[in-house]
Design a protein. Structure first.
Length: 365
């Protein structure tokens, strides 16, 4: 994970120092050789300086176009992603945007076009591709142990019965559980099964005082295969993170990756035990019902930023190119439309976008 020794580090501006910016992005950037967090864009400079006394802190708009940085990371509220990312691209910066990419598919297409015109890297922080549980699922499918996966069920549940006073849970564009946890679930499903033919969905507000959906149940149809994506704020004790059923057997993984919990506990990315997951998967043979424990590989979300660094240096491909993030946006929007109409909705992707998505997937494999 280290760049060329004579290559000077890439200077980074982080726009937004809330939960995602502080907990994930700042920590992972600090832990990635060849990246140097130089500027932080925040309207709360005192909070930043309490953690980073020597940080250069300025307004979010100024950080996005700061003359001294090469890479701008957007971790602001979702409805600010598109304008901040466009400003950074037009200022000649490479850009990473936290998920969701944007709040509308039209914005996603526009940003992708600007990045192409400016010749800058534009990537989306789908960090959960480097989670232990997802890596375990990928390895199990690649092994052929369950045959063709026909049913993939993924849960991203929490127990937070009280609605909190934060933008993610307030009424607004791009808020609610589907735009918070849905991008992870959708991105992982697309990586496993490919682009869906149609999407059906149901959303609900189950907690007292909820202003946005806090329960989401979405089904992706890919031929006769199905991916069930579920997220809720009222799951005490949790449900299995993954349940896969295939033509030769099944696979169950109960707990999710621990990197977020480790960061919350103050662990530095890369420290001893980082990403280790002692929750084994359970492989069930369809013919004999025999159960086999499958060790879970360690997760490491630092790999995302290492890949971004190398892509900027021209050493490997963008880990999450815009067309993949655009496809996630198309599925997010299709689910919203499906929930409103009560009918299955085809994601609004052009033939060219579908072809580009397949090409990106093949180049990564």
């Amino acid at each position: 994970m280290s760049p060329s020794s004579h290559q000077p580090p890439l200077n980074v501006a982080l726009v937004g120092y809330g939960y995602a910016g502080k907990l994930f992005h700042a920590a992972l950037i600090d832990a990635t050789p060849g990246l140097r967090l130089q500027v932080i864009g925040s309207n709360r400079p005192d909070a930043v300086h309490a953690d980073r006394p020597d940080a250069v802190v300025c307004a979010p708009d100024a950080a996005a176009t700061h003359a001294d940085v090469d890479l701008v990371v957007i971790a602001a509220p979702n409805d600010r992603h598109a304008p901040l990312a466009e400003a950074a691209l037009r200022a000649g910066k490479h850009v990473v945007v936290d998920k969701p990419f944007t709040v509308t598919l039209a914005q996603a297409r526009h940003l992708a076009r600007v990045a192409r015109e400016r010749g800058r890297l534009l990537s989306v922080f789908q960090n959960r591709r480097w989670d232990s549980d997802f890596l375990g699922v990928q390895a199990t499918l690649a092994s052929g142990a369950i045959g063709d996966a026909m049913h993939v069920e993924a849960h991203f549940d929490r127990y937070r019965p009280q609605v909190r006073a934060r933008w993610r849970e307030q009424a607004g564009q791009g808020t609610g559980i589907w735009f918070d946890l849905g991008p992870h679930l959708v991105d992982q499903a697309l990586q496993l099964l490919g682009l869906p033919d149609a999407v059906s969905a149901s959303f609900a507000r189950q907690r007292p005082g909820a202003e946005t959906p806090d329960w989401a149940h979405v089904v992706l149809q890919a031929g006769e295969r199905r991916a069930i994506l579920h997220a809720s704020m009222l799951v005490a004790g949790g449900a299995p993170r993954w349940v896969l059923h295939g033509t030769l057997g099944s696979f169950i993984k109960h707990r999710m990756d621990q990197q977020e919990a480790q960061l919350l506990a103050g662990m530095k990315p890369g420290a001893q035990g980082w990403g280790v997951d002692d929750d084994v998967g359970c492989l069930i043979d369809g013919a004999t019902s025999a159960e086999t424990e499958v060790p879970t590989p360690a997760g490491d979300q630092r790999a995302y930023y290492a890949a971004v660094r190398d892509a900027i240096l021209g050493q490997r491909a963008n880990p999450v190119p815009p067309v993949q993030a655009l496809a996630v946006m198309a599925v997010l929007e299709a689910a919203v439309a499906a929930a409103e109409t009560g009918t299955a909705v085809v994601p609004d992707l052009t033939d060219a976008e579908r072809a580009d998505w397949l090409a990106a997937r093949e180049s990564a494999s």
